[in-house]
Design a protein. Structure first.
Lengths: 185, 106
């Protein structure tokens, strides 16, 4: 019993650190002027989310999050930001405009809506989580589900990635050709 | 051998997910730089992913994790196309400001 309560306190401490890092870095992404710093803050956000996934015993998704998101996708982001060059725009430049006020109001309304809907629909059922087996969320279970129940989703995912790759190539080659035709202003 | 959920309940994870989604929405609505709009979209997708994984753990059902992995693949595709568009805009010397990008014609 003592061991279980010590483990509980430890999980709470890790959760508080990860959730605070997650929320703080999300606010930092939105509020930094320089997109380079925003991208670095998003890497912190993705890393702390991976910790939360681990606490939810989703080991495979946490590993994929770090490899795919914090690795591949964010390297691509940083590469493009470095290619374009630093240019900062302040989210609050020129005082609060009606667009900024509307954006804050819309985001706040969405947050209230999410909390109210989840509280009304699932509030009393969230008290106790299901008991899970040790293999829950491991690569073996995920792989078996992907190749049995979700085979169609798996194949569609590969087609989506292929189409995105082709689209990226077409976007890149098209802009290079038209840059030769039309002299830059 | 079974394991119970230690630490905070799923409602706490869902609160974090909702706050992430609202923060991402704020970024998409507020920022003018399309790069930061893309980064804020990633925050929104990750908020949805956290809710999916939280519910998967709550129900003891790994299908939600499959959904989260599919969302990750879609997010990677979206980043490829979005960054391709931004690089193409930059090559055409179009200002990187979503308020000035009012037409799709090259």
């Amino acid at each position: 019993v003592l061991l279980a309560s010590v483990g509980n306190v430890l999980v709470w401490a890790v959760w508080i650190a990860a959730a605070f890092a997650c929320l703080a870095s999300a606010v930092a992404v939105v509020s930094f002027e320089n997109p380079f710093y925003s991208a670095l803050a998003l890497i912190g956000n993705l890393g702390s989310l991976a910790v939360l996934y681990l606490l939810l015993s989703s080991e495979f998704v946490a590993a994929a999050q770090v490899l795919v998101y914090a690795g591949a996708v964010m390297v691509m982001f940083l590469f493009v930001i470095a290619y374009i060059g630093p240019r900062s725009d302040s989210p609050w430049a020129g005082g609060p405009s009606w667009q900024a006020v509307g954006g804050v109001l819309a985001a706040g309304a969405l947050l209230v809506e999410i909390i109210v809907v989840i509280g009304l629909k699932a509030g009393d059922r969230l008290a106790s989580a299901a008991e899970i087996r040790q293999a829950f969320g491991g690569p073996a279970q995920i792989g078996r589900l992907f190749l049995t129940d979700h085979l169609l989703a798996f194949e569609i995912t590969s087609i989506v990635l292929l189409i995105a790759a082709i689209g990226g190539v077409i976007l890149g080659s098209h802009s290079r050709r038209s840059a030769n035709e039309v002299p830059p202003v | 051998m079974t394991a119970a959920l230690m630490g905070p309940g799923i409602a706490w994870y869902l609160a974090v997910a909702g706050f992430l989604f609202a923060t991402g929405t704020l970024g998409v609505l507020l920022r003018r730089n399309p790069l930061i709009v893309l980064l804020s979209l990633e925050i929104m997708l990750n908020g949805a992913n956290l809710a999916l994984i939280g519910f998967a753990r709550q129900l003891g059902d790994a299908n939600g994790q499959i959904f989260a992995l599919a969302v990750m693949a879609v997010a990677a595709s979206e980043v490829v196309v979005g960054l391709g568009l931004i690089v193409a805009l930059n090559r055409k010397r179009v200002p990187l400001d979503v308020d000035q990008l009012s037409t799709l014609r090259g």
